[in-house]
Design a protein around this ligand. Structure first.
Ligand code: 5RP
Length: 229
């Protein structure tokens, strides 16, 4: 795998974020993702709000909510929304057909709800996230703690290899008080089929394959902005 220059990658993340925030209009309900790329977008939205942009937002994680509120962005209760005008979120991998792997930051469950509610779901990335086939990045899977072993066994039966996510020496606990299994299925030939198979597993709350949930990917590469839609 090619080494990635972190400074260049951060510059690309920021450029993609700035380009995507231009799509947000007065009066929009905005879905806010989670992660380092989305953080650039939230900060830029905060600037536009202090310059007079009127928006409300729904957050995909506690840390996103805290950041947005600190910048003066009004946060709505995600559970009360039937529709979101536009959402901005990052990804761990994407293909030109707009299939994604998400959830590296562990916020996939709420991110998937936001993407499902969004009329215009925009993904922002640096160039390192574009792949021909998904699967070099393991698929994050949010699971009820009491279903952990059952779900792990079902992942095995589907040909995957799941590992419980650990952070700072402890089980990683999501904002929804659940566990994450990071599942390796190798490079995935048919992401839609795998997504559908995973959706059949009881106790599996959400997985990081996002299929047909993206309107466009705004990718920054060097000094270029490339839009896939
Ligand atoms: C969090 C996510 C993030 O969007 C994804 O992990 C990309 O993160 P970053 O922008 O920090 O590279 O899905 O659950």
């Amino acid at each position: 795998m090619a080494t990635i220059d972190k400074t260049q990658q951060d510059a690309e993340k920021q450029a993609a974020a700035m380009a995507a925030v231009k799509f947000v209009k007065n009066g929009d309900v905005v879905g806010l993702g989670t992660g380092s790329t989305t953080t650039f977008a939230i900060k830029e939205l905060g600037k536009r709000v202090s310059d007079g942009l009127k928006i409300t937002a729904a957050a995909s994680s506690i840390r996103t909510e805290e950041l947005a509120r600190s910048l003066g962005i009004e946060i709505l209760d995600l559970g009360s929304l039937s529709e979101i005008d536009i959402s901005i979120d990052g990804a761990d991998e994407f293909t030109e057909s707009l299939d994604l792997i998400k959830g590296g930051g562990g916020a996939l469950f709420r991110e998937k709800i936001i993407a499902s509610l969004s009329k215009n779901a925009i993904i922002i990335t640096d160039a390192s996230k574009k792949v021909k086939k998904l699967g070099a990045f393991t698929i994050p899977i949010e699971v009820l703690p009491l279903a952990y072993q059952y779900v792990s066994d079902q992942i095995d039966k589907l040909g995957g290899k799941g590992v419980l996510r650990i952070a700072a020496g402890e089980k990683f606990i999501t904002d929804n008080q659940n566990l994450i299994i990071d599942a390796d299925f190798g490079l995935i030939d048919d992401p839609a089929k795998l997504s559908s198979d995973l959706n059949q597993i009881n106790g599996l709350l959400a997985h990081g394959l996002f299929i047909n949930l993206t309107s466009k990917v705004v990718m920054s590469e060097g000094t270029d902005i490339i839009i896939f839609e």
